[in-house]
Write a protein that binds this ligand. Structure first.
Ligand SMILES: Nc1nc2c(ncn2[C@@H]2O[C@H](COP(=O)(O)OP(=O)(O)O)[C@@H](O)[C@H]2O)c(=O)[nH]1
Ligand SMILES: [Mg+2]
Length: 204
């Protein structure tokens, strides 16, 4: 089974995108496998609306372990399953909470086993950071793109396109990340999910 990892900074919409994509793929009840950094694994089934309510949050680092959902794609006459992996948000600094630190290390090691990489950037935020100078190569998104970009199956999702200033943010992301595939998406409204699905399918 192929793995698709969804990563990025905290609060960019990773969890909501994973759930919305599962919803778009007609998954009715999401069966989520939680794998904590210590190695323990357990599963829980949620109706979609409850999963969104419980797992998506305005607070950073709501997701503290790998959470995966299996999705079936129709491919020709058969079916293919992909494991969509939601991860803990990454930051450049060493986080002061040991659990979050462990979860971040877990995100990075899971990257190695993934054939499809969805790197989410908040386009709304990017549109408002214009006044500030451009990020240096030490910026986490720049580092992630440089590290994961050359591998196959990589794309950047510019999320939160429904919010004001996001169009400006998208243009800025395209300028800063030239040469990479950038898909404008709103996990909130569903805009762009079709293109994300196509990206996953192409790399299965
Ligand atoms: N307006 C808007 N809000 C979003 C979008 N995607 C996520 N959010 C909100 O951003 C916050 C963080 O979302 P979450 O999925 O938990 O982010 P994560 O930390 O990257 O997993 C929540 O309040 C979401 O409702 C989007 O496309 N548009
Ligand atoms: Mg999350």
């Amino acid at each position: 089974m192929k793995r698709c990892i969804v990563l990025g900074k905290p609060n960019v919409g990773k969890t909501l995108l994973v759930l919305r994509l599962a919803d778009y793929m007609k998954v009715k009840d999401v069966d989520i496998t939680f794998q904590d950094p210590g190695g323990a694994k357990y599963s829980r089934k949620y109706p979609m609306d409850i999963a969104v309510r419980e797992l998506v949050g305005a607070l950073p680092h709501q997701t503290k372990c790998l959470q995966s959902v299996s999705i079936e794609f129709r491919a020709g006459k058969g079916k293919k399953t992909v494991e969509l992996m939601d991860t803990t948000g990454l930051i450049e600094q060493i986080h002061d909470d040991p659990l979050t630190r462990k979860a971040m290390a877990q995100t990075l090691s899971a990257l190695r086993g993934a054939q499809i990489i969805i790197h989410i950037i908040d386009a709304h935020l990017a549109g408002h950071e214009d006044a500030v100078s451009d990020p240096t190569e030490r910026d986490l998104d720049m580092q992630l793109a440089a590290f994961a970009g050359p591998r196959g199956g990589y794309c950047i999702v510019a999320n939160k396109m429904d919010l004001p200033g996001a169009k400006r943010g998208l243009a800025r992301i395209r300028r800063l990340f030239t040469g990479y595939k950038v898909l404008p998406v709103s996990a909130a409204t569903g805009e762009g999910l079709k293109e994300v699905r196509r990206h996953v399918l192409r790399n299965l």
